[in-house]
Design a protein around this ligand. Structure first.
Ligand code: CA
Length: 228
């Protein structure tokens, strides 16, 4: 590793912060901790971290305020730590723009895996994105040819493609589909995703592109390029 990535942990519960720090350092990262919400933005300015782990519930400025403020001027990769599952879609949405989230209680190993994945994605496109969205005709083209997608599959793929790497919950994906379907359930999302994946596997080399995230939803990801 050329240089160790620096992870800033904004977490006011000392045990959790220490545990995360320990695991991150064990995985070869530099880690530092800030416990007060009001100090997070200045800590980012001072220490220039490569990634922020940001607890939603912080004393002083809370995680949501911090994230909103940060996003006015920075695309720093951010993983939110939250105990409130109902908040997730908003966190990942345009209003706040988190890159990923981990629900409390979490396993530190899982957090380290998410950190590693997000840093990899943030280094820039691993390989060229073969998908071109043509919104005017509601088609998605690969190599100049339109993929034979249903309307629902188009919407799903268009959404996932808008933010490679971002996890979309089934609920959020369901919202996109609901004018087509009445009695929709999570399983319906899974079945559309399954069909979409089958088509992509058949028609677009270099995949898989659509990944399921256990307990969370789905994300689009470009495959990693060969190590240079
Ligand atoms: Ca907290």
């Amino acid at each position: 590793m050329a240089h160790a990535h620096h992870i800033l942990i904004a977490e006011d519960e000392p045990k959790i912060a220490a545990l995360l720090s320990e695991y991150l350092q064990g995985a070869g990262y530099l880690a530092s901790i800030v416990e007060e919400g009001d100090r997070v933005l200045s800590a980012i300015g001072d220490t220039r971290p490569d990634l922020l782990l940001l607890d939603v519930m912080l004393p002083g400025m809370d995680g949501l305020q911090i994230l909103r403020e940060l996003r006015k001027s920075s695309q720093l990769p951010v993983i939110m730590l939250t105990a409130r599952v109902e908040e997730i879609d908003r966190l990942l949405g345009l209003e706040f723009g988190a890159d990923d989230y981990v629900c409390k209680p979490f396993s530190p190993r899982e957090v380290v895996a998410r950190v590693r994945a997000l840093l990899r994605r943030s280094r820039g496109p691993a390989s060229p994105n073969p998908f071109v969205v043509d919104e005017s005709t509601q088609r998605i083209l690969v190599g100049g040819k339109a993929l034979p997608l249903t309307t629902t599959e188009y919407r799903l793929l268009q959404t996932l493609l808008a933010h490679p790497g971002r996890v979309y919950s089934r609920d959020r994906l369901l919202d996109l589909m609901h004018d087509d379907l009445r009695d929709v359930t999570d399983r319906v999302v899974d079945s559309h995703i399954r069909n979409l994946r089958r088509k992509l596997d058949d028609l677009v080399p270099g995949g898989p592109y659509v990944h399921s995230v256990y307990g969370a939803g789905y994300r689009f990801e470009l495959p990693e390029s060969a190590p240079s």
